[in-house]
Design a protein around this ligand. Structure first.
Ligand SMILES: [Fe+2]
Ligand SMILES: [Fe+2]
Length: 209
C-alpha cells in the first residue's frame, strides 16, 4: 500500500470507528481508543512489533461494546472490525491479524493474546486504566454502574480486584515499566482517600462514611 493510500484508508477507519463508540459510556469512548492507540504505538516501537496492526486494532478494539451481538464485547468488536477493514480495502493478512489482536484484548472470551501485536494491544488497553487517567475512567465507570466510592461492589473493589491485578498479567516488559509508577499514583490516591475518611470519623462528624 502506498503511503498516501495507507493514510487515506486509516482516515476512513478512524471516521467509521468514531461512529461506533457510544457516548453514554465515557470509560470506553473514542478518546479511550485514541489513548490505547498511542500507548500501542509506543509499545510497538519499544518491543519491535507491527505498528499498523496495533494502530488499527486499538482504534477498533471496543467498537462492539454498544449493542454486543456475540458472547463478549471483544468478539463483537472483532467481527465488526473484519467487516470494516474488508470494506476499506485492507489485505486479508492485515484483517486477520487485527481480528486476532482484538479478540484477545479481554480475557473474558477465553482467548489468550499470543502474537506480539495482540500482547501489545492487551497491555496498551490496561495502561489506560492506571494513573490519573485511570482514576478518571474508574469513576466514570462507577457513575454508569452506580458504584459507591468504597465498600462492597464499589469503585475501590473494582480497583483492587481488577486494575491492581493487571500488574501481574501484562505481557510485555515495556508495558510493565510504564504501569508501575502509574499504579503507585493510584495507591497513593486510595491512601489519601482513607486518611480523609478516618479524619472525618475521628473528628466526630460522622460515625461511619
Ligand atoms: Fe475492551
Ligand atoms: Fe478498551
Amino acid at each position: 500500500m502506498e503511503n498516501n493510500e495507507a493514510q487515506d484508508h486509516l482516515q476512513q477507519v478512524i471516521l467509521i470507528a468514531q461512529g461506533f463508540y457510544a457516548r453514554k459510556d465515557r470509560a470506553h469512548d473514542f478518546e479511550h481508543a485514541l489513548r490505547v492507540r498511542e500507548w500501542g504505538k509506543l509499545l510497538a516501537k519499544e518491543e519491535g512489533a507491527d505498528a499498523t496492526i496495533i494502530e488499527l486494532a486499538a482504534l477498533l478494539h471496543d467498537i462492539g461494546r454498544s449493542g454486543a451481538v456475540e458472547k463478549t464485547h471483544a468478539e463483537s468488536s472483532a467481527g465488526l472490525a473484519v467487516n470494516i477493514l474488508d470494506k476499506t480495502g485492507y489485505s486479508e493478512d492485515i484483517v486477520l491479524r487485527v481480528r486476532d489482536a482484538i479478540v484477545a484484548h479481554s480475557l473474558e472470551a477465553g482467548h489468550e493474546p499470543n502474537t506480539p501485536e495482540a500482547k501489545i494491544l492487551y497491555d496498551a488497553d490496561k495502561l489506560d486504566f492506571v494513573g490519573a487517567i485511570g482514576l478518571g475512567r474508574l469513576f466514570t465507570l462507577g457513575g454508569v454502574q452506580g458504584w459507591p466510592l468504597v465498600g462492597e461492589n464499589s469503585c475501590e473493589t473494582f480497583y483492587l480486584d481488577k486494575i491492581r491485578g493487571y500488574q501481574k498479567h501484562l505481557y510485555t516488559k515495556a508495558a510493565l515499566i510504564y504501569f508501575e509508577p502509574l499504579l503507585l499514583f493510584m495507591e497513593e490516591f486510595w491512601r489519601g482517600l482513607h486518611a480523609e475518611r478516618l479524619k472525618l470519623v475521628l473528628s466526630g462528624q460522622a460515625n461511619s462514611i
